[in-house]
Design a protein around this ligand. Structure first.
Ligand SMILES: CC(C)(COP(=O)(O)OP(=O)(O)OC[C@H]1O[C@@H](n2cnc3c(N)ncnc32)[C@H](O)[C@@H]1OP(=O)(O)O)[C@@H](O)C(=O)NCCC(=O)NCCS
Length: 245
């Protein structure tokens, strides 16, 4: 489970009342999660909603999925900034190896590490392979990942900790159950508490009303900024520390 010594990544998972949220540097090794990630990106309706014209639906092989997660998320997000996407699955009370103390406290965000994590994961993460995956949620430094290169004359940007992009995508089977909001909130709380994030930004396709509602519930407000230089297609949104509490 542990990455190479150079990686600035300390193994942990997040638990919310209904969800187990696993950083992709761990989840990438789970075939069951890669299958869910591949399915989402092969789903035309999902891709149109999430990415508009940027990323058409495509069926990736397992090796391509592995490569995409390793390059786009672990390589570009987790390694430089210690944050990125998380795999989101249903938290099952009956998961073998679960710490009873953890199962008792389902009211708040729990960050599980060390022996508690080893007990939950089982040998070689065997218990994680059986999780029912429902989607992904993540935070990343937008300035070095999704934003177009800055040009002469562009206004100066705040520090990257004020430019952290929230992103998420869930299987249509779980839409309308609140897991999107629950997972996004957990990842944001983790990013503020554990990585010192000061402000989140997000963009949605204008037609993506569901995502707009999720962002609103998380405290995002429409922004006049044009970080992604796509004012016609997308709505920029931002929230500041404390707005999500
Ligand atoms: C965007 C996306 C995550 C929103 O999904 P969602 O199901 O609407 O969002 P949530 O999981 O937070 O669920 C919220 C809904 O569940 C309902 N709900 C039911 N039980 C709930 C519970 N226990 N807690 C909270 N909400 C609950 C809420 O009332 C709300 O419905 P409403 O918006 O009609 O009022 C999902 O549509 C998606 O993955 N889309 C494709 C990818 C995408 O667009 N990503 C965003 C790119 S910007």
């Amino acid at each position: 489970m542990t990455l190479s010594a150079e990686d600035p990544f300390d193994d942990f998972v997040l638990l919310t009342p209904r969800l187990i949220i696993i950083p992709t540097p761990i989840a990438v090794s789970l075939a069951s999660y890669r299958a869910l990630y591949s399915d989402l990106h092969a789903n035309v309706a999902f891709c149109e909603m999430a990415f508009g014209h940027h990323l058409p639906a495509e069926r990736w092989s397992d090796s391509k999925t592995l490569e995409v997660i390793q390059q786009r998320d672990i390589g570009r997000c987790w390694k430089p900034r210690g944050m990125g996407d998380f795999a989101v699955g249903r938290r099952m009370p009956s998961t073998p190896g679960s710490d009873p103390r953890v199962q008792d406290d389902r009211s708040e965000l729990i960050i599980l590490r060390g022996q508690d994590l080893v007990r939950l994961a089982g040998p070689d993460n065997v218990y994680f392979e059986n999780i029912e995956w429902v989607g992904y949620a993540g935070v990343r430094d937008a300035t070095t990942t999704s934003m177009p290169a800055r040009e002469p004359g562009d206004p100066a940007l705040p520090s990257w900790r004020e430019m952290v992009e929230l992103r998420y995508g869930f299987s249509p089977q779980v839409w309308g159950t609140g897991v999107g909001q629950e997972a996004a909130k957990a990842v944001m709380q983790w990013a503020v508490g554990e990585r010192g994030v000061l402000r989140f930004i997000a963009e949605t396709e204008r037609e993506n009303e569901r995502s707009g509602r999720v962002l609103k519930k998380l405290g995002f407000v429409s922004s006049a900024t044009d970080y992604w230089k796509e004012p016609i297609v997308c709505k920029a949104q931002e929230t500041i520390l404390g707005a999500t509490a």
